[in-house]
Design a protein around this ligand. Structure first.
Ligand SMILES: [Zn+2]
Length: 76
């Protein structure tokens, strides 16, 4: 008989609503490096929506802002 692996339930901090909506940020400035960094990993990747809890609209805006900031080498 094979011992069953105990299934680990990953505890995911679920943020229901988008932080940007809460703070009423509707235009994300690519010069706002601090804001952009909050939604990136240490390596400079953009965090996926399921982790940040951003809404579609903001995630899209954020991705654009991050990409612009990358061109100007403001973020990784
Ligand atoms: Zn939002």
């Amino acid at each position: 008989m094979k011992a069953q692996k105990p299934r680990r339930r990953r505890k995911v901090m679920r943020q229901k609503n988008c932080r940007l909506c809460e703070n009423k940020i509707f235009n994300i400035d690519f010069k706002d490096v601090e804001l952009l960094r909050r939604f990136q990993t240490e390596g400079g990747k953009i965090l996926p929506r399921r982790i940040t809890g951003n809404c579609f609209k903001h995630q899209k805006l954020l991705a654009i802002a991050v990409k612009r900031a990358r061109i100007l080498a403001l973020v990784l």
